[in-house]
Write a protein that binds this ligand. Structure first.
Ligand SMILES: [Zn+2]
Length: 480
């Protein structure tokens, strides 16, 4: 309750600072006049799980949103006494919480879902994924695949994602229109790819992409995505860091993912991946490291010191048998750890609820200790912790005054929530993407009661089925 009172003090300070607008009524004035401030949206719930620093949970609460920003969080009685809203989301049997942060994805790979399963990472990449991408991936593929991914992520309550794929302008256009928030990488790789000839060409094209999108839309952050240290040499990695620093953008990269990478790195560079990155100054700027399955104790220290945002992808690590990431060791060492789905070809879906559950289960069985990673910590990894790991901790990931209004409602109507002793436990160990009832990003509704308000799902389905049919026919012909 103390935190809630603090929230209200801050609201009044913030509202008072908005010099261009008439000053908001004080508590006494509200009581005296019965007048309420007009705002855009009120989102109500039986329980508000704020994921703020104090992990405040409010029973029978509401979140007040105006101009894309959270202006108040409190009990429903407090909020409705102060505000009247143009739009209201009722909260019976619903939990309100921050939207989920998917820290690592290759969104358009939804179109390669199931194209090659049950293979090791390097066999999968070199003999199936890379050749299929060179043959089939163009801007149209990326548009349809990313629309499909955004639809799936909105369905599951993901509001922010970090993407690494080709034709990043097309990804950005889709994110712009679907209303999500994303860090979108220009992929840097030293081989012929769908949108570049080699590393130097992909860096040049990446810089052009970043200059087109930086500062254009506050929901879209263009970044660099060097693929890995086994698809780029040390000079190319350093050149990418220098380009990112010049452009003032972060980097997202696959890091210490598989035993193959570990061996390759030792043989090629005489050191492990994260040691290499540190030795060339690659970690001096903001960096998001995907996977980090095989860090040494020394490397965990480097990750903590350099404030690298580590993204744990349990489904992908299990499916490709990459290994078990020492998530709790990293958390205990102070490393920022978030969660991701990876692409739909190695998962095979974009369900963050499944990642939460698997992250918890995998650590418990890995350490043979059921207490090692709690539901509460995992929920933090998918929300505020994930937001910190991708550099957006001051904007999203928690419900607090001044944060961008990326808010979801989870319906607790389904039988699997009966009975409910502990809401946090149910969110992590029971909920799935079908339970998400509404999704709001920047104060704008993207899904309401299962209706998608920014995506033409019928058109996307037709286009995806048509394109997948053409890929399947071409693969059948090639394999004859
Ligand atoms: Zn990946």
């Amino acid at each position: 309750m103390k935190t809630i009172k603090h929230c209200f003090i801050w609201i009044f300070l913030l509202i008072g600072l908005q010099a261009c607008e008439p000053p908001a009524a004080t508590d006494d004035e509200h009581a005296a006049t019965g007048q309420r401030d007009q705002i855009d949206l009120i989102i109500s719930g039986d329980t508000i799980v704020t994921m703020d620093a104090a992990r405040t949970v409010i029973e029978d609460g509401a979140v007040a949103v105006d101009d894309g920003v959270i202006v108040a969080v409190g009990t429903a009685a407090e909020i409705t006494a102060k505000y009247s809203a143009k739009q209201t989301l009722t909260g019976e049997n619903r939990v309100v919480m921050p939207g989920l942060v998917n820290g690592h994805s290759h969104a358009a790979m939804t179109l390669l879902r199931g194209v090659a399963d049950d293979l090791a990472l390097m066999d999968w990449l070199n003999n199936y994924i890379f050749p299929a991408e060179v043959e089939f991936v163009d801007a149209e593929f990326v548009r349809i695949g990313t629309e499909l991914a955004c639809w799936e992520m909105i369905r599951g309550g993901t509001t922010t994602f970090v993407d690494m794929y080709y034709f990043p302008d097309t990804v950005a256009e889709v994110v712009d229109s679907c209303g999500m928030r994303a860090l979108i990488s220009a992929t840097i790789i030293d081989q012929r790819s769908p949108d570049a000839e080699n590393a130097a060409d992909s860096i040049d094209k990446g810089l052009d992409f970043i200059s087109r999108w930086k500062g254009r839309n506050s929901r879209i952050m263009p970044i660099f995505g060097p693929h890995a240290n086994y698809t780029l040499n040390a000079e190319q990695l350093a050149a990418t860091r220098a380009a990112a620093d010049d452009a003032g953008v972060p980097i997202s990269i696959h890091m210490s993912e598989s035993p193959f990478e570990l061996e390759y790195s030792k043989q090629t560079f005489g050191m492990t991946s994260i040691e290499l990155f540190e030795s060339i100054g690659f970690l001096d700027g903001p960096t998001i490291g995907a996977h980090v399955v095989w860090p040494t104790e020394k490397e965990i220290g480097i990750l903590a010191e350099r404030r690298v945002g580590v993204i744990h992808n349990p489904s992908s690590n299990m499916k490709l048998a990459s290994g078990i990431s020492p998530v709790t060791d990293m958390l205990n060492a102070g490393v920022l750890v978030g969660l991701g789905t990876d692409g739909a070809a190695s998962n095979n879906d974009l369900d963050m609820w499944e990642e939460m559950r698997l992250a918890a289960f995998l650590q418990k069985v890995h350490k043979m200790d059921p207490e090692v990673l709690s539901a509460s910590t995992v929920l933090r990894m998918a929300t505020s912790g994930g937001a910190e790991a991708v550099g957006l901790g001051d904007k999203v990931g928690s419900l607090a005054v001044g944060m961008r209004a990326d808010v979801i409602q989870v319906s607790f109507d389904d039988v699997h929530f009966v009975p409910t002793f502990d809401v946090i436990s149910h969110l992590v160990y029971v909920a799935d993407e079908q339970d998400v009832a509404s999704v709001t990003v920047d104060g704008k509704l993207l899904m309401r009661d299962g209706d998608f308000l920014t995506i033409d799902t019928g058109r996307v389905t037709r286009e995806a089925v048509d394109l997948a049919g053409r890929i399947q026919a071409a693969l059948a012909e090639r394999n004859q």
